[in-house]
Design a protein around this ligand. Structure first.
Ligand code: GLN
Length: 214
């Protein structure tokens, strides 16, 4: 039985088609882009591509902005014209998933900062927001949109979202109400690092968004 057929059986949905081939780019200027490439490589039908310059976006349905250091990545994106290329591609329907630094760069508002950003999502973020004592920690979270089994969420000097506006909406907030996972149409942002676990479900969810089926 092919992978495609077994998926149809498991979900008991005869109408599901085989996943079409889709190119997912991962911004490779700085940070942990390799880990994201490894994650999307495990997903059926995904053609992964490291993005380093504007022409690399050709044919990309989705883009992942990895963790790193947001002031550095913001400056590098501007220097290579990648910020302009991303805004253009998003206006043409490309999906974007930002993790940690990626979430910061996608926000229209960054508290107490004028740093460069893409400004794609109607959210406000606070950088390094979990405080020094808990700069890095992990916790299990259940994101109903993705499934009922817990996802291990790893936070590394993480931001969180302090405001959500327009049609941006919350996919997950911690017990203390800090918002760590948001979506606005084809834009997805997480304060945590799903690429550091062995679990591809968050990436699969993003690929489904890029395919237009989530
Ligand atoms: N603290 C970093 C920043 O502000 C984000 C950390 C991360 O991406 N792991 O950009």
């Amino acid at each position: 039985m092919s992978v495609c057929e077994s998926e149809i059986d498991e979900r008991n949905q005869v109408s599901i088609e085989c996943p079409s081939q889709v190119t997912i780019g991962v911004l490779g200027l700085q940070g942990d882009f390799d880990a994201h490439i490894k994650m999307v490589s495990q997903i059926d039908g995904v053609n992964p591509r490291i993005i380093k310059q504007p022409r690399d976006f050709e044919g990309c349905s989705g883009l992942i902005l990895p963790g790193g250091e947001s002031t550095t990545v913001g400056k590098l994106m501007e220097r290579y014209g990648i910020d302009t290329a991303i805004r253009q591609r998003v206006s043409e329907g490309m999906a974007v998933f930002g993790t940690c630094t990626g979430m910061i760069l996608m926000a229209k508002e960054i508290e107490n900062s004028e740093q460069q950003r893409l400004g794609l999502m109607d959210i406000t973020v606070r950088r390094n927001a979990f405080g020094r004592q808990v700069d890095s920690f992990e916790t299990d979270i259940i994101i109903p949109e993705i499934g009922n089994d817990p996802i291990n969420a790893v936070f590394i000097r993480a931001p969180y979202v302090t405001q959500v506006r327009s049609d941006a909406h919350i996919l997950y907030q911690l017990d203390d109400e800090r918002i760590i996972f948001v979506r606005q149409q084809k834009l997805l942002a997480a304060a945590f690092h799903p690429e550091l676990t062995g679990d591809t479900r968050v990436h699969q969810y993003f690929v489904n968004i890029a395919r237009g089926i989530a």
